[in-house]
Write a protein that binds this ligand. Structure first.
Ligand code: FES
Ligand code: FE2
Length: 350
């Protein structure tokens, strides 16, 4: 079960061209392409005629022509041409998804289109801000999205899983502060007077002791923004070397997820060698996460009914986020006509 009334990252802007491309979001196959003026379009990747994937077809003008019998769907999803006859059947249309293109990401709304508000797409401007340098990755994680959310909300795993890159024992030795505002859960960890993590130390030219900080903001259910960095001991965070890690987490199905990752930094912005080192180092971090979560997914599937997670104090953010996610799912279930309890009809008077 997925929260559908939300925006999910479906692709990088550069991946969407005139040639249709397929993405599956919450088990919904979607074809993405651009019209002649460059506007990105998202249609159900299933031809109205006989369900051939539109992404196997080609764009003609602003429409996409099915590669099987040539039905043509306009950017609004309405069929504009049936080559074998002059009349267009009324039902010849495909679902059009609300879409927002912002800061290099293509977001699609998978639920009730009438509820889609582009203003709800979170702030990700660091990815395109010239004051920041950004490296990106996208990775298919063979696990449910829940495991990625938990992973990002409990960064003590860095001490063990990412020892050579961003980890250190001092991470789990410091506690967290958890705050909730609407559907956003923030988990903050301050680590005073510690060394910079190995992956960044050289780029930051940071030797000695600093205050290190992590603050994960989880916009349930689709995006984690990690505000991280180091500053001089006792100094305000804004003065320091700052990192914004944007993690767009998109369900493919119950056991697979897309992970859209952008790492923006405000230091060494013009340092191409640092960018290259970070690109490689962060790929290692993501690979370590992907391997661990794939193994965890298998563990979850093997786990007998009645065995549950053992949550500890460091899971404070995990617990809060799960509660919000459950409430969002329940709200959608209650709102769905298929799930509404049908009131018995009142008996007719004779
Ligand atoms: S399946 Fe697309 S035109 Fe026939
Ligand atoms: Fe990790």
């Amino acid at each position: 079960m997925f929260v559908l009334n939300t925006w999910y990252v479906a692709a990088w802007s550069a991946e969407v061209t005139r040639k249709p491309v397929r993405r599956v979001v919450c088990k919904q196959p979607i074809a993405l392409f651009r019209t002649q003026d460059g506007a990105a379009v998202a249609l159900a990747d299933r031809c109205a005629h006989r369900a051939f994937p539109l992404s196997e077809g080609r764009t003609v003008g602003d429409s996409v022509e099915c590669g099987y019998h040539g039905f043509t769907s306009g950017p609004d999803g309405m069929c504009t041409k049936v080559p074998a006859q002059t009349t267009i059947p009324e039902r010849a249309r495909v679902r059009k998804y609300p879409l927002v293109e912002k800061d290099g990401w293509i977001w699609v709304w998978t639920g009730d289109a009438e509820l889609a508000d582009p203003a709800d797409v979170p702030d990700t401007h660091w990815m395109v801000d010239p004051e920041w340098a950004t490296v990106t990755h996208s990775v298919h994680f063979k696990c449910r999205t829940d495991l990625i959310h938990d992973n990002l909300l409990d960064l003590t795993h860095e001490s063990f899983l990412h020892k050579t890159t961003v980890g250190d024992d001092y991470i789990y030795e410091h506690g967290i502060t958890v705050e909730v505002e609407g559907n956003v859960v923030s988990v903050d960890r301050l680590m005073p007077s510690v060394e910079a993590p190995p992956l960044y130390a050289e780029t930051m030219d940071a030797r000695g002791l600093f205050d290190r900080f992590h603050c994960t903001e989880f916009f349930v259910p689709n995006l984690h923004v990690l505000h991280s960095g180091i500053s001089g001991e006792g100094r305000p965070r804004e003065e320091g070397y700052l990192i914004k890690v944007l993690n767009g987490i998109t369900p493919i199905d119950e056991h697979n997820s897309w992970y859209y990752y952008a790492f923006s930094r405000n230091f060494g912005v013009d340092n191409a060698q640092a960018t290259q080192e970070l690109l490689v180092g962060l790929a290692t971090v993501l690979d370590e996460d992907a391997a661990a979560l794939e193994a965890q997914e298998i563990g979850m599937q093997d786990r007998p009914a009645g065995e549950f997670d053992v949550l500890i104090a460091q899971d404070g953010g995990v617990a809060k986020a799960r509660r919000i996610l459950a409430a969002l799912l329940k709200k959608e279930q209650n709102a769905s006509p298929a799930n509404r309890t049908v009131e018995p009809a009142a008996p007719r008077s004779a």
